[in-house]
Design a protein around this ligand. Structure first.
Ligand code: ATP
Length: 306
């Protein structure tokens, strides 16, 4: 009994640790199998996606009952539209994506996709319908081709290469002597954060899910890389319901709606132009970031001159 208990308990610990980091969710589920905390409802049915409309209805949530994190969050991401979630660090942005992926169940309220409560559908069908581009992608110690094909195992070589092209990583891959057969990961070629993110985008293009969660990198990328990633993200988001967890505001300008989250509540919502006009929290976050970007550019230019 004790022997059995310890490893299970240990797995629970590992599971929580990984869940916390939200690195590569799909990989984690393959490695660890079923989620020990979230179970399928006995009457769970497969999710039937018509357009992929997401609704959060008065959702509250706490990791620890003493400390509420989301407090009555409501929004709708209509089919095919892009909703960006911005706000100060710790406001609960990534928590929203963890709840949509059903890493945790809501404390109260509900989340639906095309009218179906996500607690009443099978986890497999839910996660099959959602593509996640995480901040930090885990690569396998295998070839580039294998790492991209991970998005859909039955994809042909031509489809893998087309996905890499759309994700703006094909050119880089072809500069390597072994091209798509280059080994990457711990024992092979180490890819930069931006390159890894483009591999994740290529995987998602292959998977072609109706719903996307893009968890933007927190760390500053150089502006050329950022533009390439931006183009790649736009091509993957086209026609899909997309939730962008934005840490850098420059990528949210074109979103159909921006939610500004502050201490677990939606403090403001609207388009970029509407929110700037309003002169509230979004406008001040925007101005602060623009100043920081300008300072960085100036420093970079001084570095070039000197
Ligand atoms: P950032 O922009 O810094 O990534 P965020 O808005 O995405 O922040 P979340 O990751 O959603 O913030 O976290 C919201 C709050 O919940 C934070 O205060 C965080 O410390 C807390 N939190 C996150 N995970 C847990 C957990 N497993 N247990 C307890 N508290 C947690």
């Amino acid at each position: 009994m004790i022997q059995l208990y310890v490893p299970l308990n240990f797995m629970g610990f590992i599971y929580r640790e990984i869940k916390q980091s939200v690195t590569d969710l799909e990989q984690m589920f393959r490695v660890l199998g079923e989620d020990p905390e979230i179970a399928d409802d006995p009457d769970a049915r497969p999710l039937a996606v018509s357009g992929g409309t997401i609704r959060f209805e008065n959702v509250s949530f706490a990791y620890d009952p003493e400390r509420p994190i989301l407090k009555g969050v409501s929004f709708e991401a209509p089919a095919g539209k892009t909703i960006a979630i911005v706000g100060p660090s710790g406001a609960g942005k990534s928590t929203i994506s963890r709840l949509l992926y059903r890493f945790y169940d809501v404390g109260s309220g509900r989340i639906t996709i095309d009218g179906q409560d996500i607690r009443r559908v099978t986890q497999e069908s839910l996660r099959g319908a959602i593509g996640m581009v995480p901040q930090d992608t885990v690569l396998f110690n295998d070839t580039v081709r294998y790492n991209v094909r991970y998005g859909r195992w039955d994809a042909s070589d031509a489809e893998v290469e087309e996905a890499a092209r759309l994700a703006q990583i094909d050119g880089f891959i072809r500069t390597m002597p072994k091209g798509y057969e280059t080994e990457v990961g711990e024992r092979g070629l180490k890819l930069s954060g931006g390159e890894k993110q483009r591999v994740a985008i290529a995987r998602t293009i292959l998977k072609a899910p109706p719903i996307l969660i893009l968890d933007e990198a927190t760390s500053a990328l150089d502006s050329a890389t950022e533009m390439e990633i931006q183009d790649a993200l736009e091509s993957v988001a086209r026609g899909r319901t997309t939730l962008v967890i934005a840490h850098r505001l420059s990528t949210v300008v074109a979103a159909d709606e921006i939610l500004v989250l502050e201490a677990g509540r939606v403090a403001e919502r609207g388009t970029h132009a509407e929110l700037l006009e309003k002169g509230g929290l979004y406008a001040s976050l925007w101005n602060r970031q623009r100043e920081a970007d300008q300072a960085r550019e100036l420093l970079a230019r001084m570095g070039e001159d000197g």
